[in-house]
Design a protein. Sequence first.
Length: 638
Amino acid sequence: MRKYVRLSILITSILLTLISSACVFNAGVRPSSSQDEQSGLIDFGVNEPSDLPLVFEEGWDNGFDRVMWKPWGSPSPALRNEMGYESSTALNPNGDVEYLSGVVSRFNLDLVGGTAIEFWAKGQTSEATHQSLHIGISQTNSKGYTGIDSQAENIAEIYIAAESDFNYVEYRLGVGDREFESFEPLNDSWHHYRIQVNENGTISFFRDGEHKYTSTSQIDFDVYKQQALSIGGSSVSTQMLVDNVAVYGVITTPPQLEFESLSDSFSLGHVVATGLDPARFITLADLDNDGDQDIITTRNSGSRNRILVWENPGELIGFPWDEHIIGKSNAVFIQLSIADFDQDGDLDIASGNTKPADFEVRLWENNGSPFDAIWNATDVGATTHDVGTITSGDFDGDGDIDLVSGAAGEAEVELRLWENPGGSFAGEWSGYDLGVTDDSVFDLEAADFDQDGDLDIATGGRRDEDFEIIVWQNDGAPFDGMWLPNNVGISEGDIQEVIMADFDQDGWPDLAASSDFREDYEIMIWRNNGQPFDSLWQSTDVGETDVHASTFAIADFNLDGFLDVFSGSNNRDDAPELILWRGNAEPFVGLWQKDYVGEIGESPRWLDAGDMDGDGDLDVVIAAQSMVIIWENQAANK
């Protein structure tokens, strides 16, 4: 098993890192800190000066911790490497002309005792409109915030507009209590800001060490006691950047390394790791032969691309788990396939890479101590374009494991078969052309669809192909000429993933596919009637999501004897991303029951299923944009 609107709205969270700053903000008492040189001076304006401890700091260079922050809006907020203050990594809210985006804290600040938020921000003014940032305190506390229906408005915020004809900063408390400052130097230069909640409920605002405004009205502490923070914004084609945020005061409801479930079928979502930025692919395998499933995923960031693993301790404890790097590449890892390629008793890894690699298909050798060091890599072969998908199997029946790779549509031949020379990691493998499509191949699945004793192939591809799902027949001589294709069916959208399963339990491998938003029903299944290479297959719509169904897994998750589908979708602001589709005795008749499992605030990239805690049911492991999460199944405990 495997796998919008101009910015006048809210900003509900962020606390990131403390800047090593010599900026002085008026006379006052320095906040408590073990390093005075890292603290700014806090002045309560109309109140008596007080000590405020530094309660949270987070370095951008360590990645964006999505356990602490929940993203919202579209396009998704992004981290920009080496563009921050002092060449660190800054946050770009990244909203466009129609949409806002940003982040909101999953924890709250205690406003009653006083709090202060300091941050650095920069705007670029090459565009006339929609270059702006909101940084402020939300009207909605983080526990109640879902991000599904709408964004909450801010109680207090600093609004920074950096446009080619109109540069200004506005300091706001509510609707009418605000101060406008025309400020030309916003263009492509960093400035230091502070929002300070005074003990009497007024808000003081500072820029570059100068007091700019203290509100005449006050926050109602009876209503707003513990609130979240936010950063958000919009830009057309420029970078609106925020960096080095430090928070002083008291934090309440600290973040937990888990997500709440919406379904009685699953309990919590346990966060295994954060800061992946982004994760692309995930799979499960027992790499150390200790009887439990370890987690393997990829992280792709510029030229720093990694294969990562987390050792399963045998039970769902000790989060976050320790991360181990076992592979590195200048090229992006797109998919992995796990098998014992050298027949030495432990599981190795095959990777498919983007074209900048000299060899786009590579093997990584497990030496029996998988968590100790980088694995040795062996080149399998080169292709003319990116390898978008890869799978493994013994296609010639000689007892060792071969590979099939799928490439982008510009390739001369999109499907290529790689012959294992005999359980060896020495030298290149022989490559053979398997098949040609009209466009890109996004996913592959190997199965004996015609039950003749050898493995065939199913492919899912881009919508420009006449038929997006195709099966390819292995005639027993897999390395001798092109394979015979048969069209399974069409989709209005791109096929994101394709998986084999016998849904009706008739002994013939069926297929399931996930599609993007162009398809009315993003989850579909296709019935193999025993003649898989003769005609189109019967299709059934399982269900629809609001946008993409980006990834899914198939298993009997609720232990009722029927196969279910667990899908991850790019729903973020519309509905929970994780959905369980409950199977039944007639899977090819009508839509399936839909059960929302949970929301994680970002797009799942890939997921897989396995018994991660040894209790007899299958849990779901998800590679989201920046996190790895285990969603714990409760079926065996009922």
